[in-house]
Design a protein around this ligand. Structure first.
Ligand SMILES: Cc1cc2nc3c(=O)[nH]c(=O)nc-3n(C[C@H](O)[C@H](O)[C@H](O)COP(=O)(O)O)c2cc1C
Length: 208
């Protein structure tokens, strides 16, 4: 059975982001996709210290929710990251989590389907959405989209329940992701994954 990992980056377990993710999870389950929600926003998650130890250890030097979530991400076919908007950006705890999760894990993320979901009261949603999508698009992960950018509006979960278009966007996103996961699984069987070239790492440190 295919599986999608949902990350709630908000400190609020039952807030606006949770309401959006619940709508997605329910729809995915109707599509016969297994879901697992990991709530990270209430944890004390420090940022990446660029020590590079993960290259040899295969995991982050800090043993916390990042290393606990890594194996769930590895087995998942899709990843949905939900964030409240803080000062026009995804919230800091979530960014620390994602920096370390993506940087410290060497397993292939190629063709796992990704999607970001943001929740704001009034503004900063699309900028936050753009930031989160960058984790997927540097990792060979196709991005599932919907009938609007994946956002809900509110200050409380009750507000989000009234955001009918936001919830509709979440359900359409979930169905599109389910379709992509099924289509990619079939295509993998038929054609295999596309070749990925590695090795070139140019940052022009020689000044040329
Ligand atoms: C520190 C902080 C900064 C915020 N900044 C914004 C903002 O820039 N734009 C906005 O519309 N809402 C902002 N909000 C409101 C939340 O993003 C919004 O209510 C969100 O839906 C809460 O999601 P949650 O219930 O999942 O935590 C901010 C809230 C906090 C606590």
């Amino acid at each position: 059975m295919s599986k999608v990992l949902l990350i709630n980056g908000s400190p609020n377990a039952h807030g606006c982001t949770a309401a959006a993710l619940e709508e997605i999870a329910e729809t995915l389950q109707k599509e016969k996709i297994q879901t697992e929600l990991v709530h990270i926003g209430n944890r004390n998650i420090r940022g990446c210290i660029s020590c590079g130890k993960c290259e040899t250890n295969g995991k982050c030097v800090f043993s916390d929710i990042v290393n606990e979530t890594a194996p769930i991400f590895e087995e998942a076919d899709g990843l949905i990251v939900g964030s409240p908007v803080y000062y026009g950006s995804p919230n800091g705890t979530l960014l620390s989590f994602l920096d370390r999760l993506f940087y410290s894990t060497s397993f292939s993320k190629h063709f796992k389907v990704g999607a970001a979901v943001v929740s704001c009261r009034r503004g900063g949603n699309t900028a936050s959405f753009d930031v989160l999508n960058k984790y997927f698009t540097i990792s060979g992960m196709p991005v599932a989209s919907s009938t609007y950018w994946n956002q809900v509006h509110g200050f409380s979960a009750e507000d989000v329940k009234k955001d009918l278009e936001g919830l509709q966007t979440m359900r359409n996103l979930a169905r599109n992701m389910a379709f992509m996961i099924r289509a990619i699984a079939e295509a993998k069987e038929k054609y295999g994954l596309p070749e990925l070239e590695r090795g070139a790492f140019t940052s022009f440190s020689d000044g040329k």
